[in-house]
Write a protein that binds this ligand. Sequence first.
Ligand code: SAM
Length: 411
Amino acid sequence: MGESRKQKAARLERETADLLGLTPIAKPSGPKAGDAAGNRTARQVPAGEGQRAGDKDTAKLLETALRYSEREERYTHGFHSYPAALHPDAARDLLALGEGKVLDPFCGGGTVLVEAMAAGREALGCDLGAIPCLVARARTTRTDEAARTVMRTAARAAAEVALKASSTQVLPEDAPPEVRRAYLPHVAAELHALRTAIGNDPLLRAVLSAIVVKVSRRSSDTHQVLVDEDRPSGTTATLFHKKAREFARMLETVEGYTTPARVHREDAREVRLDGYGMVVTSPPYPGVYDYAPIQSLRRYWLGLDDVSTLHKEIGSRRAFRAGRAEALAEWRNDTAKWIRASHKALAPGGRLIIVVGDGQVGGKRIDAWTVHDEAARALGMRWVARASVERWDPGMEAVRWEHAGLWEKPL
Ligand SMILES: C[S@@+](CC[C@H](N)C(=O)[O-])C[C@H]1O[C@@H](n2cnc3c(N)ncnc32)[C@H](O)[C@@H]1O
């Protein structure tokens, strides 16, 4: 007997998971995350119960920051999805709790950096991943009208080439099985034509990165499940062109910012800096995501390599799956290391603000708050306040506590 549609979906799911060394966490039921009517990401789910401790006013502000959930697209925020991205309003409010230069050692897609630029603050973001660095750099690029015109023209030319390529239906020869499974042949042909046509243009590469999951059969950034996708020929090229024009409009809004943001591809445990007024960051939640494997499709289309940094990822889901006790000890150790590096980066009186959620491994809760708090206090930092809220994570199908804490480096 042949394979039923349901069996085929289950098999594809298993095979994809095996290829990535992951286990899918849940089947999404609705349209793709990020679609107009799509699933909400974890941070877009309104928070439930809350708790506060320490300085009352600060704790209240921290709780407000944790509770933002509505989609916000000002500046370049809505341009590129990124797992566990901070809410832009949260980043704005948290930055207002301190002064001076800003460091985000886990900058991801660059939310804190964009808000720092908007507030006229000098900022540096670091991340291990090649994709987050590409996205954060693109989102903080200051362009003038002439540069944006060049970008629009190049995007249009690339889209025209891709439209023609869509009839070839030829998958690139170097495409690994994971990529072959994830795309309809004409979509892969269009993506291949786009990547060839845009060459090394950093802004258009970020545009390509923004669409490669959307046009794939993968259900979302964080779900490795493949779904049947009906994407007509030519729509990938059109989407790329539309996205490039949208991005050009967004970049116009950050043109006037006087302070540039820098992005370094670096391990948060190894940053060697000083003189920062604030560290505002959201490190990986223990055992929740595999940030590098999630980006495998983007890495392929953009020809980027993250393999050398895979083992440096802090608190990865795969590490916790491999062995909970060992992973827990390692994550504690790594947390102490990056907090030490960030503490060194702070000037006396500087403030450390961390937004982090508990882990959920094998049905057990991993308390993220205590580990971060102990690491900061062990360095002599003064704890000022904390807020925690409960939030339903649709991906994990579990409730987790998210925390925001503020510590000060003594004068
Ligand atoms: C919660 S996300 C940050 C999201 C970000 N705040 C945003 O708004 O997009 C955590 C980030 O930590 C990065 N990361 C994991 N281990 C790291 C390490 N050792 N050094 C630097 N970055 C790391 C991941 O690549 C991921 O982008």
